[in-house]
Write a protein that binds this ligand. Sequence first.
Ligand SMILES: [Zn+2]
Ligand SMILES: [Zn+2]
Length: 259
Amino acid sequence: MDLTVLGSGSAMPVPDRAQAGYLLEDGGRSLLVDCGEGVLHRLSDTDPGYEGVSTVLLTHHHLDHVATLLPLVKARWLAGEEHLEVVGPSGTKALVDGLLGVHEYLDGRIDLGIREVSASRSFAAAGFDVAARETRHSMDGLAYRFAPPSADLDPADGPLTLSGDTEAFAGMASFADGSDLLVHDCSFPDGTDVSNHPTPTSLGESLAGVDVDRLLLSHLYPHTGGREREMARSVREAGFDGTVEVASDGLRVDVPTRS
Ligand SMILES: [Zn+2]
Ligand SMILES: [Zn+2]
């Protein structure tokens, strides 16, 4: 299973980071997770492109995670693609209906499926098996853990976890425990007065003793510019003992599955 970081940024733009977006690929299957501003351009530079992505999974409905939802619909329509499924937490149907209410000319152009999911049961999206849990953020949302298609693996034991936007807390750490790769919100450097997002120290403390091989810090605000190495070091010093990296747009990670 391959993960490509399409957008490692946040709601405050910087030139080299698009807003939130990730592409999962495995055996010809492609799943887009979140689609903030800039993500569609990054997606056009991947093998599947927007033509090859027919399922979008949303972590929550903040603008920096959904801004290119309708641009994706329009791009697929213009490219002759006939459908798109949008999967997300409660409220996803109302969101899409509202967007189409503003941009009526897009309504009915492609076959648009909407599916709302919750943490209470795992589900499939674009062939990937997915487990979910609630985040702690200024808006309700879901973190996801993934098992590759046909892996015959409970997604709660899957190799990849994406936190979405969330504070660091023990429940999220245990949700990710055993992952090969955890991509976690680390919006701000230490010393920032922030709620609803972690700092490196709070994230490292929450992950102390948790079995995660590789941690990718993402959802980076401009405040993190030039402080990336310090942030990775702070996470380790606070107690996380796996590998820590700071995400960048275009980074592609081959996520192994433990046997
Ligand atoms: Zn966000
Ligand atoms: Zn958010």
